[in-house]
Write a protein that binds this ligand. Structure first.
Ligand code: ZN
Length: 329
């Protein structure tokens, strides 16, 4: 039982890694997450990738200690399956049951952010803390929380859907879940573009802002999240104003999470944060005091970068959280 497999199922990519019992990565593979198929397609893809990976490395299945999976949600954690995920074309799919039938080794399935916060505790910035929250700003927004050393799961494994915190109950901005005014409807990668259109339809702009490259792109309907941040890095005045407003929305959401979980450490990950560290973190730090009631925690980017979910999935097997042992094995 020398090796562990970690799996990160995201909206865009499916990543698999082989690690030692101590969590040292030996091999990583990334493929696009299957967009077509039935509820077994994703599990079958994972099975085939694992079989190929261990075959290539000359490893037998008997040498695997277990498989940890951090997946896009929402979950039915007892059945280890994903149900009605809004950000992925195969909305519902099985993981725990088929993989257990095929491999006959311990398998753990949690939400990706829940895996990530466990990875932060075991391998990352959280090693000396008992109260940690991880927040991802990516295609969607989510969080994982450890409170007094306990990994929070919830009745169905969904104690982390912070992206659906209502920021404005009168909002006309619609979230992919169907609700209105959710944090994700403003600041997730899937929705920033709509938020920019909304801001520019109601803001009065200075001449300098009207002459900016971002406004030109807006008029040509070419605004994307990537363009916003790349123009922000080039100090485009309108891009910086929007990024500041986005930071205020993120500060509202993150402050709500801090007020609920009372962490000592809050780490940020996800492609939007990791690709634009200063433009995301600085506005959050500027506005957070307006909204936090609890004593403010240390807020920083995860040192585990894009591997945080993968390492978290591996950490589930290295040191299985006691809240999970009674639910899955
Ligand atoms: Zn929502």
């Amino acid at each position: 039982m020398k090796y562990i497999v970690g799996v990160d199922i995201g909206a865009t990519n499916l990543r698999i890694a082989l690690a030692t019992n101590k969590g040292e990565l030996i091999h990583k593979t990334t493929i696009p997450t299957p967009r077509k198929g039935d509820e077994l397609t994703i599990a079958e893809t994972i099975r085939d990738l694992i079989n190929k990976m261990i075959h290539d490395k000359g490893i037998e299945i008997e040498e695997l200690k277990g498989i940890g999976i951090g997946s896009i949600g929402p979950l039915d954690i007892r059945k280890g399956k994903v149900i009605n995920a809004p950000n992925i074309p195969i909305h519902s799919f099985e993981l725990l049951r088929p993989l257990k039938d095929w491999f006959k080794i311990p398998i753990y399935v949690v939400n990706d952010c829940v895996a990530a916060v466990w990875g932060e505790l075991i391998f990352g910035a959280g090693r000396s803390y008992q109260n940690i929250v991880y927040v991802t700003l990516s295609t969607g927004i989510g969080a994982g929380a450890i409170v007094n050393g306990n990994l929070l799961l919830g009745k169905d494994g969904n104690a982390h859907e912070v992206g659906h915190i209502v920021i404005d109950y009168e909002s006309k901005l619609r979230c992919r879940c169907g609700g209105y005014g959710h944090w994700e409807a403003y600041a997730s990668g899937a929705n920033i573009q709509k938020f920019i259109n909304y801001l520019l339809s109601k803001w009065s702009l200075t001449t300098q802002e009207r002459n900016s490259e971002l406004y030109k792109a807006y008029e040509e309907r070419k605004v994307t999240t990537e363009l916003l941040f790349s123009l922000g890095k080039r100090k485009d005045p309108l891009a910086l104003r929007i990024i500041d407003e986005l930071g205020r929305i993120n500060a509202c959401g993150i402050a709500s999470v801090i007020n609920v979980y009372d962490p000592e450490l809050l780490t940020l990950g996800g492609s939007i944060s990791l690709n634009n560290p200063n433009l995301v973190l600085n506005p959050i730090l500027k506005y957070i005091d307006m909204y936090v009631i609890n004593r403010k925690p240390l807020i920083k980017l995860t040192p585990l970068g894009h591997d945080v979910v993968l390492l978290g999935a591996i950490a589930l097997v290295v040191s299985t959280p006691h809240t999970l042992v009674n639910i899955q094995a």
